[in-house]
Design a binder for this molecule. Structure first.
Ligand SMILES: N[C@@H](CCC[C@H](N)C(=O)O)C(=O)O
Length: 277
C-alpha cells in the first residue's frame, strides 16, 4: 500500500509524520526500523502518528515511535512538529490544540510568529515514575557505571530522563556513557541521557543520547528534564535558554506547582509517498 507522509524536524531532531486521520495503515516494528534507516529507508529519529482522539475532550491522539520501533510516551520536538502539521494539513484550525499521548495530555499553541509553545505538564522526580530503582526521591542519585560512580538527576517528562552535569558538552563522553546508561539495569524501561553544561543560571548547553535513537541534534523532553533537574538542584532559575547542537529552546518553569513550558520552532522539509511491504 502507498502511505503519504511528511518529513519534518525540530532543531534537527527529525521525524516522519503520518496522518492516520485521513489514511488507514498499521506499521509493524520491523517496518518502522526499515523506514528509519538513513540509507535503506527514509531516515528519521522518530515516527509521529496522528490519530483521531479516543477521549472526546481531546483534539487528536499523538503516538511516537523511536527509530528502533519502540513506542514511547512523549517527544517534545515532535509535539511542536505535530502542532504545525495538523494546522498545515487543515486537520484543525485551532490555535490551541489538546492532544492525548501515552505520557498524558499536552496543550500546544501555534504562535503568530510560527513558534510553538507547549505546556509539557509538571516534571516528576519520584523514581517509580520513570521507572528508576532507588530507595527514595532525591535531587541526585549515585549510579555505578563502568567502574565509576556518577551523580544523576532523574526526571519523568512522561518519558524517562537521566541528567548528568558535565564540565563541557564538547568533551562529554556521550558515545561511551550514553549507551551504558540507556540500558543500565536500574532503569528497567531504559532511559534518555542528558549531558548538561551549566553556562549561567539562565543558560545551559545540552547533548542528549536518546533511548531507542542514539544521540540526536536536539531533544525537547531532554531540555525540559535538564532544566527541571538544574532548577531543583539550585543551579538554574527560570526561564532558561537551552543550547542544543541543532539550535535553541526556551524553557520556563516558574514554580514547582506549575507546568513546564517549552517554546521552539517546527520545520516542514518535504512531503512524500512510500510503498509499505
Ligand atoms: N526527541 C524527543 C524524545 C523522543 C523519545 C525518546 N527517545 C524516548 O525514548 O523517550 C524529544 O524531543 O523529546
Amino acid at each position: 500500500m502507498l502511505l503519504h507522509f511528511t518529513k519534518m524536524h525540530g532543531l534537527g531532531n527529525d521525524f516522519m509524520v503520518v496522518d492516520l486521520v485521513t489514511q488507514r495503515a498499521r506499521l509493524r516494528d520491523e517496518q518502522i526500523r526499515q523506514l528509519a534507516d538513513r540509507r535503506f529507508g527514509i531516515g528519521f529519529d522518530q515516527l509521529l502518528v496522528v490519530e483521531p482522539p479516543r477521549d472526546p475532550e481531546m483534539d487528536f491522539r499523538y503516538r511516537i515511535f523511536n527509530a528502533d520501533g519502540s513506542e514511547v510516551e512523549n517527544c517534545g520536538n515532535g509535539a511542536r512538529c505535530f502542532a504545525r502539521f495538523v494546522r498545515d494539513q487543515r486537520l484543525t484550525h485551532k490555535h490551541e490544540i489538546h492532544v492525548e499521548t501515552a505520557g498524558g495530555p499536552l496543550v500546544l499553541n501555534v504562535q503568530h510568529d510560527g513558534m510553538v509553545r507547549v505546556d509539557m505538564g509538571r516534571p516528576r522526580f519520584n523514581p517509580a515514575t520513570l521507572p528508576f530503582e532507588a530507595p527514595g526521591d532525591q535531587p541526585l542519585h549515585a549510579v555505578d557505571v563502568d567502574g565509576d560512580t556518577l551523580e544523576l538527576g532523574v526526571v519523568s517528562m512522561g518519558n524517562p530522563h537521566a541528567v548528568l552535569q558535565v564540565e563541557s558538552v564538547d568533551s562529554a563522553p556521550v558515545e561511551h556513557l550514553g549507551p551504558l546508561l540507556e540500558s543500565h539495569p536500574r532503569f528497567p524501561k531504559r532511559v534518555n541521557v542528558g549531558f548538561m553544561q551549566v553556562v549561567s543560571p539562565s543558560e545551559i548547553r545540552l547533548r542528549v543520547y536518546e533511548r531507542g535513537s542514539g544521540e540526536t541534534l536536539a531533544c525537547g523532553t531532554g531540555a525540559c528534564a535538564a532544566v527541571a533537574s538544574g532548577i531543583r538542584q539550585g543551579l538554574l532559575k527560570s526561564p532558561v535558554n537551552v543550547h542544543l547542537p541543532g539550535g535553541q529552546l526556551s524553557i520556563e518553569w516558574p514554580d514547582p506547582e506549575s507546568s513546564l513550558v517549552m517554546v521552539g520552532p517546527a520545520t516542514r522539509v518535504f512531503d512524500g509517498r512510500v510503498t509499505l511491504n
